[in-house]
Design a protein around this ligand. Structure first.
Ligand code: CDP
Ligand code: MG
Length: 859
C-alpha cells in the first residue's frame, strides 16, 4: 500500500501545487476522496460552461414565437430585424405579395413549383418565407434545415450572402457550401449549395435527413445535375412520407423554382410526381425593353460589342450596361480594351489584381487534383476557353466625339474569384457608369442592379454532341430565342430599357431555336450514364428523368461502358478507370483512349488522334470520284498530273505499309501543324481547311482538360509539332485505337473463288461487310482482323476507318467481347504458359458463330 500511496502522491505532485500541500498530511482514502472531488468539480465546471455556451447560443438564436392559429394549423414565426433599406427593397419584389399563397401550398403539398420572371425575388425571398415560418428552427416541428441548390457556384455564394444580409444574420445561420469552400456551422438554418454538392450529399445520406425543405432553383436551366437531382428527390419525397407514417422522420418538402419557361417536364410528368404538383406563377413587374437588332450581322461580335458600348456610353443617358459574351477570355479581352479607352485609376489596379487572383484560384484547383470538372456547367466551359486576338478589337472608330466620362468596367464569369464576382452588386464609384461584361452567368442566376442597357452577342458556348462521331465538344453558336429574351429582360428591372442585339433580326427568326436543349440531350448517352454511375446511381434504366431517354439506348450505353471497363461487369457500378474517364466531358470511347494514352506515354499522339477522329474525314473525296472514274486517255495533262499528286499525297500519309486509316489521319493532321499557312497546306494536300481548323481547336480543348486532370504528367509533354511515332509507339497507338473500338471488330471471311471482294464479319451486323473504297487498306492484302470507326450501309454494308490489329491482342484489349475456354482467374494466364494454352472465342452479339482465337504469348 505504501508503494501505491507513493505512486498516487507522485501523480498528484505532478498534477497541482494545491494538491501537493494536502497530500503530505492525508491518508490514502482521503487523497482519493479529494481527488474525486476535484474531478467532480472540474466536470461540473465543464458542464456549466457548456450550458452557458448553449444558453448564449439559444439567446442569440432568434426565438420561435407561437402565433394565432392560421387555417386550423398551429402557427409559429421567427421574428426578423430587417433594415429599413431592405424592407423598402423587398416591398418592390413581386414574389413578396405571394408569400401567403406560397406558404399555404407548401403546407398542403409535398412538392410545389414556383415559376416567375428572373429578378422577381424567388431565390432571395422564398428561403426567408420558410425561415420566418420556423423551418430549420430547432424548436419547431420542422427542425431540418432549408437547402437551396444553384447550378452555379457564383450564385450559391452571393445568394447566401444576400439572404444573410436581408435577415440580418451571420453566415453561420445562412451558409453556403460549394466545392472547396463552406461556411456551414451547427447553427445553419438555410444552406445554399451547388447541385453537385447536393448530389454528393444524397450519395451519402439518401433520406436527406438533415433537411426539412429542399429548394431546387433555376430548374429551367436543365443542367444534367439538376435534372438528376429532381429525379432523385422525387423518390426521396415518397420515402420520407412512408417513414413519416411509421413515425421515424418528418416529411420532406420540395420546391422547384424556375424562370418563366416550359415547366411541363416537371409539373405534368407522372413519372416524377403524382399527383401533379401545383404551379404558382409570380406576376412579374417588368418595364418595357426596346429591342434593337443590328442591320448587319458582324463577323466579329467582340469588336461590334466594343463599338456599341462606346456609343451607349458617349451618347445615351445614365444607366448600367450589361454585355453578354461566351467565355472568360473574351470577357477579359473586352474589359481590357474598355479600361484602356476609359481609364480610371481604380480600373488599372483592379484589373491587375483580378487577373492575379484568377490565376491563383485556378492554380489552387489544379493543385487540389480535382477530377470533378462537372460541378458548375460554366466552369467546364471556361476551362476549355479558346484564346482571343485582342488586336482584332478596333477602337479608332468613335474617337472623335467620344466622352471622357469614366466607366466602371467589371468582368463576371464562373471562374472569377468570389469576392471579384460580388463587386457587381455594389454601387459604382460616384460619377461612373457601370459596365458588366459577363458570360451567360448573368442570364438568369444573378440579377445585377441598375442595368438599363443590354448588349447581346447572341452567342453562347455550349457542350455539343455529334451523334455520328459520339464526340462532345464545346462550340460557340447562336443561343435560343428564350435565352435571348431572358438577356434582354435584364435591361427592364429599374425602368424602361434598351437591348442591342448584335445580329440581324432574320438570324433571330431563322437560326435561333425556340428553347435551349436540356443538357441531357446535348451529351452522348454513354456520357450521361457514366456521370450518373460516378454519382453511385446504379439503376439508370429505370431512373425518373424529367425528360427520359429511351431505355434500350440506356441499356446499350451500359453495355458499351462495361466493355470499355468503365463499369464493373457484375454489378454495373463504376470502376477506377470509369471514374477517371468521367472527368473528361467527351465520349467514353475517346476518354478511354486518352487515359490509355496517358498510361502508355503516347498522349502526344492520342490527343490529336481523338481530335481528328471526332471531326471526321478531312480529305477532299469528290476529287477522287472525279478523277478515278474517268478514262485515262480522255484526261488532260493537268488532270493526270493532279491525280498523280493526289495518290502520292495519300500514299505519303498512309505510309509505306498502310495498316490504319486512323494513323493516316493522324499523320495528315500532324503534318498540317508544321505548316505556317493552313489554307495553302490543305490546298496542296487535298484537305478541307475547315476540318483541320476544327481539329486544331478540339485538340487545344482536350489538352487543356488533360492538363487539369493530370497537371504533372502534361507539364513536361510537348503537344506541338510532334514527331511521327516510331514502330513500337505505332503498335501501342494501334492497340489503343482497338481498345476504343472494341465492339467494332471485324474478321476476314474465307474468300470463295467466285467472289470479287474480300468480306468481313462484324460483331454488330449479320450481313457481311466490305472494305470501303476510301480506306487505305482497300487495295492492300486484307488483314485477318480489323477494328473500324464506322459501319455504313449503302448498296452494301461497308466498314470505314480501318485499323489492322493482330489476333493476339484481342483477348487483351477486348476481353469483354471474348469467351474463354477456361475461367480467367489470373489476370494474364495466356501470356506465360505454353502448356496451358487456352482457346478464346469472340462471340457476335446476334448469333452463335464463334471466332476461335488461339492467343500466342506476347513479349
Ligand atoms: O430569383 P429571382 O431571379 O426571382 O430574383 P432574386 O435573385 O431573388 O433577386 C431579387 C432582387 O434582389 C433583384 O433585384 C436583385 O438585384 C437583388 N439582389 C441584390 O441586390 N443583391 C444580391 N446579392 C442578390 C440579389
Ligand atoms: Mg433566382
Amino acid at each position: 500500500t505504501d508503494l501505491v500511496k507513493e505512486k498516487i502522491v507522485e501523480d498528484i505532485d505532478e498534477s497541482s501545487e494545491e494538491e501537493e500541500e494536502l497530500s503530505t498530511n492525508l491518508e490514502l482514502e482521503e487523497i482519493m476522496e479529494k481527488r474525486e472531488m476535484i474531478e467532480e468539480k472540474e466536470k461540473e465546471e465543464k458542464i456549466k460552461s457548456l450550458e452557458l455556451e448553449k444558453a448564449k447560443e439559444e439567446e442569440e438564436r432568434p426565438k420561435l414565437i407561437e402565433n394565432t392559429e392560421i387555417n386550423n394549423r398551429k402557427a409559429f414565426y421567427v421574428p426578423v430585424n430587417r433594415s429599413d433599406d431592405i424592407r423598402v427593397a423587398r416591398m418592390k419584389l413581386p414574389v413578396v405579395v405571394e408569400e401567403q399563397q406560397i406558404m399555404e401550398s407548401i403546407y398542403e403539398n409535398d412538392v410545389v413549383i414556383i415559376c416567375g420572371e428572373t429578378g422577381s425575388g424567388k431565390t432571395t425571398q422564398v428561403p426567408q418565407f420558410l425561415y420566418e415560418a420556423g423551418f430549420g428552427h430547432p424548436d419547431s416541428e420542422n427542425p431540418g434545415i432549408v437547402g437551396v441548390t444553384q447550378p452555379r457556384r457564383v450564385a450559391a455564394v452571393s445568394m447566401a450572402q444576400r439572404v444573410a444580409t436581408e435577415l440580418n444574420l451571420s453566415s453561420e445561420y445562412v451558409s453556403h457550401q460549394i466545392r472547396f469552400d463552406s461556411s456551414v456551422s451547427k447553427k445553419t438554418v438555410i444552406k445554399f449549395m451547388t447541385d453537385g454538392v447536393l448530389l454528393k450529399e444524397i450519395a451519402k445520406d439518401f433520406m436527406l435527413s438533415s433537411y426539412s425543405v429542399l429548394i431546387i432553383d433555376e430548374a429551367h436551366e436543365r443542367s444534367l445535375n439538376s435534372d438528376i437531382a429532381i429525379g432523385l428527390v422525387s423518390r426521396i419525397v415518397k420515402l420520407r412520407r412512408e417513414k413519416e407514417i411509421n413515425g421515424i422522420v418528418r416529411p420532406l418538402k420540395i420546391i422547384i423554382m424556375s424562370a418563366t419557361l416550359r415547366v411541363d417536364d416537371f409539373a405534368n410528368n407522372p413519372n416524377l410526381f403524382t399527383p401533379s404538383p401545383p404551379v404558382i406563377h409570380i406576376k412579374s413587374r417588368q418595364f418595357p425593353v426596346t429591342i434593337h437588332f443590328n442591320k448587319k450581322t458582324p463577323d466579329d461580335y467582340l469588336d461590334e460589342a466594343f463599338k456599341k458600348i462606346c456609343q451607349i456610353h458617349s451618347k445615351l443617358p445614365a444607366g448600367g450596361i450589361l454585355v453578354f459574351l461566351t467565355g472568360q477570355n473574351e470577357v477579359h479581352a473586352l474589359c481590357k480594351k474598355l479600361k484602356s479607352r476609359y481609364p480610371s485609376n481604380s480600373n488599372q489596379l483592379e484589373s491587375k489584381i483580378s487577373k492575379e487572383k484568377t490565376l491563383i484560384a485556378k492554380r489552387e484547383e489544379i493543385d487540389a487534383g480535382s477530377f470533378e470538372l462537372d460541378e458548375d456547367p460554366d466552369e467546364v466551359i471556361e476551362q476549355v476557353d479558346s484564346p482571343v486576338d485582342e488586336s482584332k478589337i478596333e477602337d479608332d472608330f468613335y474617337l472623335e466625339n467620344d466622352t471622357k466620362e469614366p466607366l466602371h468596367v467589371l468582368p463576371l464569369y464562373a471562374l472569377l474569384p468570389t469576392d471579384e464576382q460580388l463587386k457587381v452588386f455594389k454601387e459604382p464609384p460616384p460619377g461612373h457608369r457601370l459596365c458588366v461584361v459577363a458570360t451567360n452567368v448573368a442570364e438568369t442566376s444573378l440579377t445585377i442592379p441598375g442595368i438599363s442597357y443590354v448588349v447581346d452577342s447572341g452567342k453562347v458556348k455550349e457542350r455539343v454532341h455529334d451523334a455520328k462521331s459520339k464526340m462532345q465538344s464545346f462550340k460557340v453558336d447562336w443561343t435560343s430565342k428564350a435565352s435571348a429574351d431572358q438577356r434582354s429582360g435584364r435591361a427592364g428591372r429599374v425602368g424602361p430599357g434598351h437591348c442591342y442585339r448584335l445580329y440581324h433580326s432574320a438570324v433571330f427568326d431563322n437560326n435561333f431555336e425556340k428553347f435551349s436543349k436540356p443538357e441531357i440531350e446535348r451529351m452522348p448517352i454513354e456520357g450521361v450514364v457514366l456521370q450518373m454511375k460516378s454519382m453511385h446511381i446504379d439503376n439508370v434504366v429505370n431512373f425518373p428523368f424529367p425528360s427520359p431517354p429511351n431505355s434500350q439506348i440506356l441499356f446499350e450505353a451500359e453495355k458499351l461502358l462495361m466493355s470499355l471497363e468503365a463499369l464493373d461487369t457484375n454489378n454495373k457500378s463504376i470502376t477506377y478507370i470509369g471514374r477517371m474517364m468521367s472527368a473528361f466531358p467527351i465520349s467514353p470511347r475517346f476518354a478511354k483512349m486518352i487515359i490509355l494514352g496517358m498510361n502508355n506515354n503516347v498522349l502526344q499522339w492520342i490527343i490529336p488522334l481523338v481530335a481528328a477522329l471526332s471531326v471526321g474525314d478531312p480529305f477532299v473525296r469528290d476529287l477522287e470520284n472525279g478523277i478515278v472514274n474517268e478514262k485515262d486517255s480522255q484526261d488532260s495533262e493537268e488532270k493526270r498530273e493532279k491525280r498523280k499528286k493526289y495518290f502520292q499525297t495519300h500514299q505519303t500519309f498512309a505510309g509505306k505499309h498502310p495498316d490504319s486509316d486512323s494513323l493516316k489521319l493522324l499523320s495528315a493532321f500532324c503534318a498540317s501543324e508544321y505548316s505556317s499557312n493552313i489554307e495553302d497546306f490543305c490546298n496542296t494536300h487535298f484537305l478541307r481547311p475547315k476540318a483541320i481548323k476544327e481539329m486544331k481547336q478540339l485538340k487545344a480543348q482536350l489538352i487543356s482538360i488533360a492538363r487539369v486532370i493530370n497537371p504533372k504528367f502534361c507539364e513536361k509533354m510537348k503537344f506541338d509539332k510532334v514527331q511521327p511515332p516510331n514502330d513500337s509507339q505505332r503498335s501501342i497507338i494501334k492497340q489503343i485505337i482497338a481498345s476504343g473500338f472494341i465492339d467494332q471488330i471485324a474478321k476476314l471471311k474465307p474468300k470463295m473463288s467466285h467472289e470479287k471482294a474480300f468480306k468481313y464479319q462484324t460483331l454488330l451486323s449479320k450481313e457481311d461487310a466490305l472494305i470501303h473504297p476510301s480506306s487505305c487498306l482497300f487495295n492492300e492484302s486484307p488483314p485477318e482482323f480489323v477494328v473500324y470507326e464506322e459501319l455504313v450501309q449503302t448498296s452494301h454494308v461497308y466498314i470505314k476507318g480501318l485499323t489492322a490489329i493482330s489476333e493476339s491482342i484481342i483477348p487483351i484489349v477486348a476481353r469483354s467481347q471474348c469467351t474463354f475456354s477456361k475461367p480467367l482467374d489470373t489476370p494474364e494466364p495466356f501470356y506465360n504458359s505454353e502448356k496451358d494454352k487456352m482457346i478464346c472465342y469472340v462471340k457476335p452479339s446476334f448469333g452463335t458463330v464463334l471466332w476461335e482465337l488461339t492467343p500466342t504469348p506476347i513479349e
